[in-house]
Design a protein around this ligand. Structure first.
Ligand SMILES: Cc1cc2nc3c(=O)[nH]c(=O)nc-3n(C[C@H](O)[C@H](O)[C@H](O)COP(=O)(O)OP(=O)(O)OC[C@H]3O[C@@H](n4cnc5c(N)ncnc54)[C@H](O)[C@@H]3O)c2cc1C
Length: 346
């Protein structure tokens, strides 16, 4: 089936059962996406002509009203006829090759109770080209894969640094914590995702992280410093307790050294003592309290799906145009989600 991009001469073919996003990626088009599970909504597009179906995961990030208004989630939508869709390409990532490579674990550092930093070294003659904010998939047996954001900006470090949070009952993250030795090789596919810095004139930027959602935000901030950023940066980092702000010292160093950056940590389960030193509550509420009108901002946010959902709903309601809201939602891997859906449906 042919898929046309509205407002451009570009078109590509989708094979039988292939999702629009997979076909676009195969054809070398860089359409926005993040979770690839139908959960986060990054790949939402308008279908101007034609029909799609959803034979895989249900498009959770699409409301009935959005569906009726002709919107579709391209990571799950399979064309049932020739299509014309309206969605903007993320040109910056278009020419970066997607590769599979073996990387060596060269350091493993505990950053806090439930977060480990892994430093991964690509082969010397094959450095990985990527943009700040992108992620990699660790490739596991049986075709499974687990996504982790690259926490280091390109050219900032020889290694690809990950911040891995331990998931209770999680196969790969428990293995990282309990067994993975320094010196081991991991097979990865990278770079992935379109959560990368965009042009924005001199508009101020809000960067909101939840937990290890700090990883891609760190890479983006390092990159902005590298290019001599002059835009105002408002960094909000939400965590449960003080100890979970595992690079709080770095954020405070940034704030002292960089006149454009303001750092606001926010604790969702603050103790009485912590309330004397920190903002308490949900991180997106702190953003809205400080900036009830978001119409002149660009917003980048990354972290757990409930935080992303809350940010999407409330920031757009506060005047943020939705094409200036960029996000990565740390959803479960597609195979886990599929298993959960199978279990739910009996
Ligand atoms: C774009 C992206 C970027 C990400 N970046 C990061 C990052 O930088 N840092 C980070 O820490 N995380 C990140 N994540 C999240 C990370 O990918 C997950 O935490 C990781 O996949 C968990 O893998 P696991 O093998 O440990 O857990 P899994 O084995 O996948 O299990 C996850 C959870 O699901 C439960 N579960 C699994 N199967 C079933 C089932 N059949 N029925 C019921 N429950 C089940 C498990 O018990 C566990 O609670 C990112 C996710 C995405 C999509």
């Amino acid at each position: 089936m042919k898929v046309h991009l509205a407002g451009s001469a570009r078109a590509f073919d989708a094979g039988d059962g292939q999702t629009v996003l997979a076909a676009a990626r195969r054809a070398g088009l860089a359409l926005p996406y993040s979770c690839l599970s139908g959960n986060c909504g990054s790949c939402k597009a308008h279908v101007l002509e034609g029909i799609v179906s959803y034979p895989y995961n249900p498009p959770n990030a699409l409301s009935d009203a959005e569906r009726q208004a002709g919107q579709a989630l391209l990571c799950q939508a399979v064309p049932q006829s020739e299509l014309t869709i309206a969605i903007r390409e993320v040109e910056a990532v278009a020419n970066i090759p997607l590769r599979q490579l073996a990387v060596k674990v060269v350091a493993k550092t505990r950053l806090c109770d439930d977060v480990i930093e892994l430093r991964l070294m690509p082969p010397k003659r094959e450095p990985l080209k990527y943009l700040p904010g992108q992620y990699l998939d660790v490739l596991l047996p049986e075709g499974k894969r687990r996504a982790f954001s690259i926490a280091s900006a390109p050219r900032h470090s020889d290694t690809l640094d990950l911040h891995v949070r331990r998931v209770t009952g999680g196969g790969f993250t428990q293995y990282v914590f309990d067994e993975l030795p320094v010196g081991a090789l991991l097979r990865i596919e990278a770079p992935l995702g379109t959560f990368v810095p965009r042009e924005g004139g001199d508009r101020p930027i809000i960067l909101m992280a939840g937990g290890t959602g700090f990883a891609p935000i760190k890479a983006i901030i390092e990159y902005l410093f590298d290019i001599g950023n002059q835009r105002a940066l408002h960094l909000y980092w939400g965590a449960r307790h003080e100890n979970d702000l595992y690079l709080d010292v770095l954020c405070r160093q940034w704030q002292s050294a960089q006149p454009h950056l303001r750092y606001t940590p926010v604790l969702s389960e603050a103790s009485t003592l912590e309330r004397h030193q920190y903002r308490a509550g949900h991180v997106h509420e702190a953003v809205l309290k400080d900036f009830p009108d978001l119409s002149r901002f660009d917003v980048y946010m990354s972290g757990p799906p409930p935080m992303i959902d809350a940010g999407r709903r409330s920031f757009v309601a506060a005047g943020l145009p939705d094409d200036r809201l960029y996000f990565d939602s740390f959803d479960y891997a597609p195979d886990v989600l599929a298993a959960l859906i199978r279990a739910r449906n009996g």
